[in-house]
Design a protein around this ligand. Structure first.
Ligand SMILES: C[S@@+](CC[C@H](N)C(=O)[O-])C[C@H]1O[C@@H](n2cnc3c(N)ncnc32)[C@H](O)[C@@H]1O
Length: 220
């Protein structure tokens, strides 16, 4: 997506498949507000945040991740790409990283490529992934959707009414994801972007305009 990233050991190497999420986000942003506020949760190297900022010149982007190495790398990539004036990078556990930034109900879009492999699978047939990349990048808890559950619940407090939540999920997780979004009762019915083989891999969920969103207790 037209950005060249520096990478270091301890940070996930961005995968080509994540361009589906990035391109879906950019397409919606091109049709939306002129100066959108975007949050990239679980930012890793900063790939999504920086590609979006490069593509949408008036966008202001907040990105966050849990680990020291990702946050340091995302900051250095933002600096090298001369995007640090519009891309702010914070560290913490999901949206706790953005508490006190004045982002309650302010985001036009939240994007996220979370970890989504179940712990059991990561310790068996996917264990090779841990040879070169960190567990935090892959481990989605007992069923692979622990971070998705929190993301769907907590993003609502940061989104504007009508704002978009876009996230990647694993092959075959679409029914679980659809159920989580429906159960939240704070989004319109989800749609999916599909990969080249036709498999749904990205969820697009729009926050209800008049919905009774839970109070943004983390948003400050
Ligand atoms: C699949 S990687 C995606 C990284 C990057 N966005 C990309 O597309 O290459 C998931 C990222 O989530 C981060 N992460 C895991 N648990 C987290 C949490 N509780 N809060 C914030 N970030 C978390 C990991 O450190 C990792 O960088």
């Amino acid at each position: 997506m037209n950005v060249t990233l520096e990478l270091v050991p301890g940070v996930l190497v961005p995968r080509r498949e994540t361009e589906l999420l990035g391109r879906s986000a950019v397409a919606l942003l091109h049709d939306g507000a002129l100066d959108p506020v975007v949050i990239d949760m679980c930012c890793g190297s900063g790939n999504l945040a920086l590609a979006i900022a490069a593509e949408i010149p008036a966008a202001r982007v907040w990105a966050a991740d849990l680990t020291d190495s990702t946050v340091a790398l995302a900051r250095s990539n933002a600096e090298r790409l001369t995007l640090k004036d519009r891309v702010t990078i914070r560290q913490g556990d999901l949206f706790c990283a953005l508490a006190g930034e004045g982002l309650a109900g302010a985001a036009d879009m939240v994007v996220c490529n979370p970890p989504y492999i179940s712990t059991a699978r990561l310790d068996s047939e996917s264990a090779h992934l841990l040879e070169a990349e960190p567990r935090e990048a892959f481990d989605g808890g007992p069923y692979g959707i622990s971070i998705h559950q929190r993301l769907i619940r907590d993003a609502v407090g940061f989104l504007k009414p009508g704002g978009w939540l876009l996230f990647e999920f694993g092959l075959g997780q679409d029914r679980q994801v659809a159920a989580l979004i429906a159960r939240a009762k704070t989004y319109e019915p989800v749609t999916f972007a599909r990969d080249e083989a036709g498999a749904p891999r990205v969820a697009l969920a729009r926050k209800l305009r008049n919905g009774a969103a839970p109070s943004p207790s983390l948003a400050g």
